[in-house]
Design a protein around this ligand. Structure first.
Ligand code: SF4
Ligand code: SF4
Length: 173
């Protein structure tokens, strides 16, 4: 990604964050939020459904694959969840809840973001309303993997730095 975006360093440097995966649905960000994908993201997921369904066999039907998207607003589609609110693209691996879209990218040797939706890559960061600044998600501290720093720091948590770089925020202030 070449376009650069602003980075709300003041907010982002207030937390430590490291995603080590969640073992329980109640704690997982994959169950806490409604995830919407764009038309373009939807069109990148559909072709790899055969790979995704190897990890998530519940997506297979007699006719092919379940339609797990519902149009939310023009150009956006929400992803279905199970009754326990967990995203249908999640699966268990070695006791941890994993994202099949992320795993498929790795398995196929694709760059991050080829299949996994931006909103999921971003968490606990998000774009500002205007879409030009990366900042903290309102509920960034709602998961155990993020915590408020006790002492001020100008260093960004490594996981968050990787996310910022992915979205082109490296040279922004
Ligand atoms: S970001 Fe946090 S809540 Fe989400 S899967 Fe990782 S550890 Fe769990
Ligand atoms: S698409 Fe992946 S990361 Fe996003 S909510 Fe679903 S399982 Fe979690």
């Amino acid at each position: 990604m070449n376009n650069s975006v602003g980075v709300d360093l003041k907010a982002i440097c207030t937390i430590d964050h490291e995603c080590v995966g969640c073992s329980t649905v109640a704690k997982s960000c994959c169950a806490k939020y409604d995830v919407c994908v764009t038309d373009a993201e939807l069109n990148r997921i559909i072709p790899v459904l055969p790979e995704i369904s190897k990890l998530c066999p519940h997506l297979k039907t007699d006719e092919g694959y379940a339609n797990v998207f519902e149009e939310a607003e023009k150009g956006f589609h929400s992803i279905d969840t199970h009754d326990n609110d967990l995203c249908v693209f999640a699966y268990m691996d070695k006791g941890l809840i994993r994202c099949s879209l992320h795993s498929v990218e790795k398995n196929l040797g694709l760059p991050l973001g080829t299949v996994k939706p931006s909103v999921c890559i971003l968490f606990p960061l998000t774009f500002s309303e205007a879409g030009d600044v990366l900042t903290l998600h309102d509920d960034a501290l709602g998961c155990d993997c993020s915590s408020l720093r006790k002492k001020p720091s100008i260093l960004i948590s490594p996981d968050l730095l990787a996310t910022i770089r992915h979205f082109g925020g490296e040279n922004s202030a």
